[in-house]
Design a protein around this ligand. Structure first.
Ligand code: DQA
Length: 146
């Protein structure tokens, strides 16, 4: 099994970005943990971060031919991007939406997600663990779908 982890805008700033909300763990450290979990689960993990909506969509479209599903932290695009949603629906692969913070407990504009209703599952609020739980959830989804 091979999966891709997609990080949206501003997630490269993790570690120094609003640490009271997102903690002190860097994206590099999260990547490291994801790869370690991937090895434990015998899953190949690749990842991609961009601040650009178009680049994220291009990545999902091209990765779709080589992966079995996606773990997606769309960052702020979660709340705005119909295009990212349409792309994830269009490639017709399972995906799990993840967020470090509990977006339901923050500003009102973060309560709407264009991704949740088409995701296989969602994980909010566990900090870096959200990604790891999301990866485990995705692997279960892919295995269930055969
Ligand atoms: C986030 C939550 C989003 O609302 C925000 O725009 C982010 C990070 C999270 O992981 O908690 O960039 O996706």
């Amino acid at each position: 099994m091979r999966v891709a982890v997609v990080h949206g805008p501003n997630l490269r700033l993790l570690g120094r970005r609003e640490p009271e909300v997102y903690g002190h763990t860097t994206l590099e450290e999260i990547e490291h943990r994801l790869h370690a979990l991937g090895r434990e689960l015998s899953v190949e993990v690749e990842s991609f971060q961009s601040n650009s909506e178009g680049a994220l969509i291009d990545f999902v479209e091209s990765a779709a031919s080589r992966v079995d599903g996606f773990v997606v932290n769309g960052g702020a695009l979660t709340h705005t991007s119909i295009a990212l949603r349409d792309c994830l629906v269009g490639v017709d692969l399972p995906f799990v939406e993840v967020h470090l913070s509990n977006t339901a407990a923050r500003e009102r504009f973060r309560r709407r997600s264009y991704l949740s209703s088409v995701a296989g599952g969602v994980v909010y609020g566990f900090g870096p663990q959200s990604y790891l739980l999301g990866l485990r959830g995705l692997v279960a989804l892919v295995e269930k779908n055969g």
